[in-house]
Design a protein around this ligand. Structure first.
Ligand code: MTE
Ligand code: CO
Length: 420
């Protein structure tokens, strides 16, 4: 802990001196003296605080009450088939707290009593089986941190900038640690027949959400999870059990999972024919576009999180992720892509998990055109929105991983813009 703090401090000083600055130029704090907030004894230091019985289940302090999921009213005509968004501009690190993980449901969030929960495996198997939750917990358990991104994340931005906030443009993503069992272990118990090449995953909610998953993926890294960040899944995220399909579009991560059918071909369900396909300019639709490609966005500053400290030392931060594995680097530009700088990735760099990046610089108070660009270990580079449109046209909703631009004015306020 102290070691990493020390090295951060050293690189901070080196960076400042190398940039030709002086130590004074990098100073971010006021000289001591005169500030009543430090000179006076504050009320909270004069009275006793809450006892340990005040918060049997801890909640955030009242001073953080604005850190909440939000929806976009015009997208939420019907709240049971809708979406809310993770407040990315208020978060740091790589883990999304459970109470802030965005929700997407097509028929509302349901409450399944755990003792009534069942998961069936049928179809091309030696022995159809029904598992209780307790049965599932008797298989070897694994802990994995994965991002879940809805295929429609940034979908409203296909034709141009619309939503003024990173929560709304990019907030259909969360990154949590799942505890669960490997799909391959429970499929082995039922015995998949050799002609079993596909799996239908079906949800227990009224939407009956169902998707076809190729068997190679199911046997590779898919999980049935019952915990997120150590505690039971939240009802809205699939309690008591959900499917985890690492790196692939959120729609396949079936919540309240009730049935897995093994088959020899895909089922062509509504969610993979009329929805979750990408209509190209020539009228042909891309189908089974499962993987989420490398993407990044600056979360601070952004429209909901302006620079409030004026000129001088400023920290830019954001997130990057790829369904291809691991992010190998993130570049940041302050001038709309004329000069790119290497950002610093900090926190764990895990397979198909969110990465956190920082870029520290001395702001001269002049307007900025901020962008970030992610690279992954396959050599893939996050495209510009124009590059995406050149290939995919403008009919799409899903799989918009184009580079986001924030225009920051001299007051530090940020706005969603596009440059070409
Ligand atoms: N599973 C069921 N049973 N019903 C649903 O409506 N929505 C899907 C998927 N799984 C859905 C579902 C979609 S579109 C997404 S993006 C993810 O769940 C969202 O997961 P979350 O609510 O945990 O964020
Ligand atoms: Co979705």
């Amino acid at each position: 802990m102290s070691e990493s703090k020390g090295s951060t401090r050293r690189s901070f000083l080196t960076g400042t001196l190398a940039a030709g600055g002086t130590l004074a130029a990098a100073s971010v704090a006021k000289a001591a003296g005169g500030d009543p907030a430090i000179l006076n004894v504050q009320p909270w230091a004069n009275e006793l605080g809450d006892g340990v019985d005040a918060h049997p289940y801890g909640m955030p302090t009242r001073y953080e009450s604005k850190v909440i999921r939000r929806n976009v009213p015009w997208l939420t005509a019907d709240p049971v088939s809708s979406i809310n968004f993770t407040p990315l501009h208020d978060l740091d690190g790589i883990i999304t707290p459970n109470g802030l993980a965005f929700e997407r449901h097509h028929a509302g969030s349901i409450a399944i009593p755990p003792h009534k929960y069942r998961l069936m495996i049928n179809g091309l198997v030696d022995q159809p089986l029904v598992f209780t939750l307790e049965d599932l917990k008797r298989f070897p358990r694994y802990n994995k941190v994965y991002f879940l991104e809805c295929a429609a994340n940034s979908g409203m931005e296909w034709r141009g900038p619309q939503l003024n906030g990173v929560q709304f443009t990019h907030g259909m993503i969360h990154n949590v640690m799942y505890t669960g069992v490997m799909l391959r272990d429970i499929l082995a118990e039922a015995g998949v027949k050799t002609e079993g090449k596909w799996l239908l995953a079906e949800g227990g909610d009224a939407a009956g959400m169902s998707r076809s998953i190729p068997m190679e993926k199911a046997l590779d890294d898919c999980m049935i999870a019952f915990k997120m960040n150590g505690e039971a899944l939240r009802a809205e995220n699939g309690y008591p059990a959900r499917l985890v399909v690492p790196g692939w579009e959120g729609n396949m991560w079936v919540k309240w999972i009730r049935r897995l059918e093994v088959g020899d071909q895909p089922w062509e369900q509504r969610e993979e024919t009329s929805k979750y396909t990408d209509l190209l300019a020539n009228g042909v639709a891309r189908r089974f576009t499962w993987q989420m490609d490398a993407k990044s966005v600056i979360t601070n500053p952004s429209p909901q999180a302006p620079i409030t400290h004026g000129k001088g030392r400023t920290v830019i931060t954001g997130i990057a992720w790829t369904g291809n594995g691991v992010i190998s680097g993130v570049d940041v530009t302050l001038d709309g892509g004329i000069n790119w700088h290497k950002a610093r990735i900090d926190g764990s760099s895990l397979d198909k998990s969110m990465h956190r990046f920082y870029y520290e610089f001395d702001w001269d108070g002049k307007p900025l055109l901020l962008q970030s660009r992610a690279h992954d270990t396959t050599g893939y580079v996050q495209p510009t929105k124009d590059q995406l449109r050149a290939i995919r046209g403008t009919n799409s909703i899903y799989h918009n991983n184009g580079i986001q631009t924030w225009a920051v004015n001299s007051e530090g306020e940020a706005e969603n813009v596009e440059i070409s």
